[in-house]
Design a protein around this ligand. Structure first.
Ligand code: 4NP
Length: 153
């Protein structure tokens, strides 16, 4: 059985599609499954934001075929690790958890990079173009650490 990792943000069009693409590129596909979801439903079945597609392409990642979906309770049983982008995602996901085992799977992704600081990956949706580059860098650094941990187990 592959280890399954889920990336979660609000819309599933900016941050978590990038996190999905970046982490998947750092892990062997035969042993790991990486997916993403949003806590909100506005962008279900939509492609990632064109600015996320563009910054990924700049780093040779193709995330253009991903489709948005909403986080659901069943994800707690499907996935082994659930990484959320910010504290609001964390609260929204935890509100759907039904037991301590499910709650334990949920982590703020930047705590991998800056332990216990509870930092947010800023939502770049309403921001300037450069926001996507910053988000990419943060996620690339965090995913590097996640991939090292997962593959050294
Ligand atoms: P994301 O960004 O959570 O990184 O995908 C957002 C995208 C869309 C919206 C909010 C955040 N929205 O409100 O439509």
């Amino acid at each position: 059985m592959p280890t399954k990792i889920l990336m979660v943000c609000l819309g599933n069009i900016c941050r978590s599609p990038l996190a999905e693409g970046i982490l998947a590129s750092k892990l062997p596909a035969n042993a790991f499954t990486v997916d993403s979801a949003g806590t909100g439903s506005w962008h279900v079945d939509q492609s990632p934001d064109k600015r996320s597609i563009a910054v990924a392409k700049k780093y040779n990642l193709d995330i253009s075929t991903q489709k948005g979906r909403q986080f659901k309770k069943a994800d707690f049983t499907t996935f082994d690790y659930i990484y959320v982008m910010d504290k609001s995602n964390y609260n929204d996901v935890l509100a759907l958890a039904e037991n301590p085992e499910q709650r334990k799977k949920v982590r703020l992704i930047l705590n991998e990079l800056h332990p216990e600081q509870n930092l947010d990956v800023p939502d770049p949706y309403f921001g300037i173009e450069n926001g996507f580059e910053n988000v990419y860098t943060m996620l690339d650094e965090a995913c590097e650490i996640i991939a090292e941990k997962l593959t050294s187990k």
